[in-house]
Ligand binder design. Structure first.
Ligand SMILES: [Zn+2]
Length: 114
């Protein structure tokens, strides 16, 4: 399950953002996970809880905000949301499209204890 390595990478990013001294006071971490990022939100939450348990941290939670897939037509530049992973431009019918969102995993915010 590669969600464990994703959790570790999120925690590294959090540590870099808040600094080593403040990492103990991190209470909430919000991430947005694209539906095409290859990361399963449920497995990510499970992996997070597991890693927290291993590290003996009980007061921290992860909030996952799923983002949907969107694509852009290479022919006419139209942005659209593919339905059932069908990448076909709704305007000109071209199949040459590229994914512009939905592949990302972004650290959105970190909440520290007051
Ligand atoms: Zn098009």
């Amino acid at each position: 399950m590669h969600e464990y390595s994703v959790v570790r990478s999120i925690l590294r990013q959090v540590e870099q953002a808040v600094g080593v001294e403040a990492r103990e006071s991190v209470r909430e971490i919000r991430v947005s996970v694209g539906e095409f990022s290859g990361v399963n939100p449920d497995l990510l939450l499970m992996a997070f809880d597991q890693v927290m348990a291993e590290q003996g941290i009980s007061k921290r939670r992860l909030v996952v905000h799923p983002t949907t897939l969107c694509a852009e037509c290479r022919e006419c530049g139209t942005e659209f949301a593919p339905v059932s992973f069908v990448f076909l431009c709704p305007l000109c019918g071209a199949r040459e499209t590229r994914i512009v969102c939905g592949e990302e995993l972004i650290l959105e915010s970190i909440t520290l204890q007051e």
